[in-house]
Write a protein that binds this ligand. Structure first.
Ligand code: GDP
Length: 393
């Protein structure tokens, strides 16, 4: 499918930059238009792929912001998104609306600009355009502390309500000890891009031969049209054993016996990859039998596809998810050096990580409240002597 993609805040901009980098490295076409919106000038300057004219600084006239960010306060993020909506809408006039299937608004939900601003933008876009508005939200890691959890839990509610589907990525699930924060983010942003582009770019032709069961962007749209939140599964495998075309040459000299074996190898490979994807780390861990609809995309050289493997994989996923709403298709990429599988689990309703985030947020809320209530007294206590002997000047 073709999307207009908007990164809101620092994480939002960086993830969109990675989507564009991944597209460009793999010859895909997903983002027909890319925009980064932020309240911190320095973060916009760090992007590599979002065109300079499509980087919008908001909140410049707001006394609390002045080009230096929203101070991790989502109320500020939401306010400046509303105040400067004309500027954002002017930038959106560049969207080739007849060419896109929808919008994708991307943000980290634990901060201020994206957490508060992304839901506001998503709502504005939904009101203004007929095309669906999807969200991609990054949840903070639990060890970032109570305030990011509090911001994210609040934003999650409004972002989900403002979008047709909110795909989540959980930093907590993907953090790796030993990485510096920036290195860790760079790696996780690549993981996000690989999954999102493999899944959503399906159906866009790149000159590869069209296969029997090519995915159509209307299939992707249908699967996303559930509301709620979604998770993406992914697995890939190298083609080191050679492509079927290469092996086909050999099998002509062996009366085709190898061809039968190759067919069953490919069936197993495709089916196995789908199982592996669903059993591996999802973008956010979820109980897969709570998904309303699913979509399987197999992407790679068409010589590696197996319709039988795909059928078996779909039947297996039907049993695992207890749902008959499963679409499957392939995405031919002649020049790809791997066979990749992305599975969208749409509208998952049992997600422990969200419950944990909400618990952490509720605790944080009461701590923030308690601190606010006692702060005045504590300051007073600190700056006056115990016996009240001293007079201020
Ligand atoms: P904002 O600019 O005020 O929207 O805030 P940030 O985007 O800087 O941070 C919001 C949250 O996003 C943080 O609490 C982190 O959980 C997360 N985050 C920040 N940068 C990145 C990034 O590059 N990648 C990922 N995966 N998460 C990030």
């Amino acid at each position: 499918m073709n999307l207009a993609v908007i990164g809101f805040g620092n994480a939002g901009g960086k993830v969109v930059d990675k989507l564009l980098a991944f597209e460009s490295n793999t010859g895909r076409s997903l983002c027909r238009f890319a925009l980064a919106v932020n309240s911190a000038e320095i973060d916009l300057a760090k992007l590599d792929y979002v065109p300079r004219d499509n980087r919008i600084l908001i909140g410049q006239t707001d006394q609390r912001v002045k080009g230096r960010g929203a101070g991790a306060d989502p109320e500020v993020g939401a306010t400046i998104a509303r105040q400067d909506h004309h500027e954002i809408e002017r930038a959106m006039d560049g969207v080739p609306i007849h060419d896109i299937d929808g919008f994708l608004v991307v943000a980290g939900l634990g901060g201020g600009t994206g957490s508060g601003g992304a839901p506001v933008l998503a709502e504005t876009l939904s009101d203004r355009y007929a095309e669906p508005v999807y969200g991609l939200g990054v949840l903070p890691s639990a060890d970032e502390g109570g305030r990011p959890a509090f911001n994210a839990a609040r934003s999650l509610t409004s972002f989900t309500e403002a979008t047709e589907n909110l795909v989540l990525f959980d930093n907590d699930t993907w953090r790796q000890h030993g990485d510096s924060v920036e290195m860790g983010y760079d790696r996780t942003n690549e993981e996000i891009a690989r999954r999102v582009v493999t899944l959503l770019a399906a159906g866009e032709l790149d000159g590869s031969q069209i296969s029997e069961a090519a995915m159509d962007s209307s299939d992707v749209k249908r699967t996303l049209a559930t509301g709620g939140v979604s998770s993406i599964a992914f697995a890939s495998s190298s083609l080191e054993s050679g492509t079927r075309e290469g092996k086909g040459l050999i099998s002509r000299f062996t009366n085709g016996h190898d061809e039968d074996r190759d067919e069953s190898d490919l069936t197993m490979k495709v089916h196995g990859l789908v199982r592996k994807a669903v059993k591996s780390r999802l973008t956010i861990p979820a109980e897969i039998d709570s998904a309303e609809r699913s979509l399987i995309v197999v992407s790679g050289p068409p010589s590696e596809f197996s319709q039988k493997g795909m059928r078996r994989a779909r039947e297996w996923l039907e049993r695992e998810t207890d749902s008959v709403e499963i679409l499957a298709g392939d995405d031919p990429r002649e020049r790809a050096d791997r066979l990749s599988v992305a599975v969208l689990l749409s509208n998952v309703t049992r997600v422990d990580r969200i419950d944990a985030l909400q618990d952490q947020a509720v605790d944080a809320k009461s701590n923030i409240q308690n601190q606010a209530d006692t702060r005045e007294d504590e300051i007073d206590d600190l700056i006056t002597d115990d016996s009240g002997e001293l007079d201020p000047i």
